[in-house]
Design a protein around this ligand. Structure first.
Ligand SMILES: [Zn+2]
Length: 115
């Protein structure tokens, strides 16, 4: 093999390693995003499970709930939503139940102030 040929092969390999390194960097970024997303979803899931448990504790007999459902006070529902919002979750139609990651949400606030 000629020296020139070997040299061009080394250059070529170097380029491939560079590309590979870039791809690795992108994958690392995506992995970080996925881990973050997974964390948010786990939190959200945990929170929703807690809400569900509370709801089930309050309504032990689902069969009779249908007839008495209309009597539940509006104030209680509002308090739950306000608490949910202050714990960092959306209560608006747009993103209901998901984590608020960018501070206050105007949709949620207008919903809260409506009542
Ligand atoms: Zn919202």
């Amino acid at each position: 093999m000629e020296k020139k040929e070997i040299f061009s092969q080394v250059i070529h390999m170097e380029e491939r390693i560079g590309t590979f390194h870039d791809e690795l960097g992108e994958l690392k970024e995506q992995l970080a995003m996925l881990i973050e997303e997974n964390h948010s979803l786990a939190l959200e899931n945990q929170h929703l499970r807690k809400l569900l448990e509370e709801k089930e504790a309050k309504e032990p007999e689902n069969g009779t709930q249908a007839s008495s459902g209309g009597t539940k006070s509006v104030g209680e529902g509002y308090d739950n939503l306000a608490r949910l919002y202050h714990e960092g979750f959306h209560i608006c139609n747009m993103h209901y139940g998901s984590l608020r990651t960018n501070g206050d949400c105007l949709f949620c606030l207008s919903f809260l102030n409506q009542k």
